[in-house]
Design a protein around this ligand. Sequence first.
Ligand code: MTE
Ligand code: LUZ
Ligand code: MOS
Length: 770
Amino acid sequence: MTPADRFGPHESAVGHVTGSALYTDDLVGRFPDLLHAWPVLAPHAHARVRSLDVSAALNEPAVVTTLTDVDPPGEANSGANRHDEPLFPSEVMFYGQPVAWVLADTLEAAHRGAARVKADYEPLPAVLSIADAIAADSFLTDVLRLARGDVSSLDATALDLPVHLRIDGELEIGGQEHFYLETQCAIAWLDESGGVAVHSSTQHPAETQEVVARTLGLPRHQVGVECLRMGGAFGGKEVQANAWAAIAALGAWKTKRPVRVRLTRQLDMALTGKRHPYLARYSAAFSADGRIEALRLALYSDGGWSLDLSEPVMWRSLFHCDNAYHLPAVEVTGRVCRTHKTSQTAFRGFGGPQAMVAIEEILAIAAQRLGLPADVVRERNFYREGDRTHYGQTVEGADRMQAIWSRLKESSEFERRRAAIEDFNGQHRHVKRGLAITPVKFGISFTATFFNQGGALVLLYRDGSVQVNHGGTEMGQGLFTKVRQIAAETLGVPLDRVRMMSTRTDKIPNTPATAASAGTDLNGAAVADACATLTARLTEVAEGRNLPFADLCELAYRRRVPLFAHGYYRTPDIHFDSSTGVGKPFHYFVYAAAVSEVEVDEFTGAYRLIRTDILEDVGDSIAPVIDRGQVEGGFVQGVGWLTCEELLWDDQGRVATASASTYKLPSWSEVPDVFNVEFLPRASQPDVVFGSKAVGEPPLMLAISVREALREAIAAFGSGVTFSSPATPERVFFAVRRARDGAAGAQSIPVEAATASGSTAIRVGRAGAP
Ligand code: MTE
Ligand code: LUZ
Ligand code: MOS
């Protein structure tokens, strides 16, 4: 194994290319007596269930049984934290919520049976937006808060204090559908020894096991959950895989037959949680040279009907409202709104992206009002080495941020292109270009400290072949490819001697979700630990001889030296106390920056992403090809969120964009025409496995450079304006009109009109001029 092998093949390359790599639903053929499940969907966003009569469904041919609240032997509730998600609700909390399930020999029969269930509802008033929730005092959490320094200069009574620039505003930020290619899926059956076995497309098999056990009233050792791999998850299967697994398991328990639950695309989009929509309200004070002096930021998220992960998502927002900037005086609050919608959940970035969009908006508006280039305002506010965040963590590696910034400006020819764009814009009346550079600083670790652990079990066989088990799940991010390289390098064997085993709760118990970008950090370190134990044992057996690995294993066996070992890792030195708002929640920060250039057409609002340059600190990459894929894919997923993907709910609370025909995903044509991705060289990260850094989530937030480039291009039509997110062509079209109008009128930033979709957007008012 040499570092060159780090460019080796993807662990499932052959399987993916030939189609032999199996996903949960590929297993249906192995269960000849399989039952299919279809839900009975409530046609109200909020209602009481007066009565439910399933008898007609049972008369339908091939229908075997139904599942209702009388069936579960245990607590039928899939709420991960608060137990606030009844599987068979008496009060409907979002449009389409399943109130019962039908099991049948075919999917069609289950579907027909569900249509014949008679349910009577008493409709209740529904809360369908953040604004409604605030007005109705409808919240899922208390106010969460982080603060430092004195923000009293922002008080209304202090408006005439010597602050050079004062801005107040509001920003609406839309949510995002995960659109993993593989929809939610689980298959459950009773195993040979009286337990329940579940194949689930889940990021968190241990929690899926917990929810299944809870539903059936069983101890956890009676339940086994296995995940072969996922066809994408992006946070959408961090907790939201659990309910489907519980329904499948309950069906198997009741019928003694295997049961499959697989959501169709439309069901998945209508029933599962999304990235949280946010509302940000802010007041900020700046010095004349663009330094932020005080910030007050109030964040509201649309959590949907149940708590889910909304509270830690909001915490991560509070931790990331600084992005890469030193905020000397700041008070940031966050509150999760309860609405009658799908329960919003983890999505790549986990609340970080919304907060970072807000601070970048604030800095960009300040730059426009001060007549300074936005990149200058950004870099003037950067953390310096030794600075502390607003929650008391020292920002180690701040100099890497500076290094990335200046290197990227050079390699992307930022200054030369800015001048060229100015020329271009001078010569074109109806088409304008914009260029922007934005940074990312993203904290790595679960903010709930106890989740930061990993486990492994490595088995050597006498022929020198190796099986690796660990607690992480593969969702396309390349975790298994990286962990295989760690095992091969630590043991000193070729990659093809190492087989990665599927993730099973009976191999590694009590694991955290594969999330927070920490999959390799936690599980890779645990595997390295197990391999180091085995290597030490084998070294002793070798007694200084240089034996082939297989011979060494055989010799160790004959000497009665154990050829298997467990490994364990816990992230050192992290802690956070939410009551004081102080601690060191993150093991380290990932740094990156992106430069994007766009071109906007005045007549249509359509735009093109001409070029993006990215420089990211991935540490010593364990698998550079994987990391490149993560950076490119994460960036494009972020571009989708901030530009073309627009989630809409209608006035009945229905997801109006519940298929790919109404929900515009980024595709090949949204990839930048020129796309340069580089890694910071010589960037080994101390105290992380192989000196590598996490890469899964941070690149998503580099897409903010595209939003900011659009802002520059729009401003080139006249004056600076604000616009809510996503910046769809429609919104850009109207923003250009306001930019033109603004240039003709006063100096102040125009107020955004209501958009065609009916949402009121940003107001920047009361801007305290010098
Ligand atoms: N990449 C692919 N291809 N598919 C995914 O579902 N999920 C992302 C990221 N990259 C995802 C992905 C999210 S949300 C996270 S937290 C990380 O991968 C999780 O994996 P890791 O911790 O091993 O990086
Ligand atoms: N999940 C979680 C996460 O439970 N806590 C986190 O801090 C987190 N961060 C990112 C993604 N998932
Ligand atoms: Mo990722 S949102 O941490 O699953």
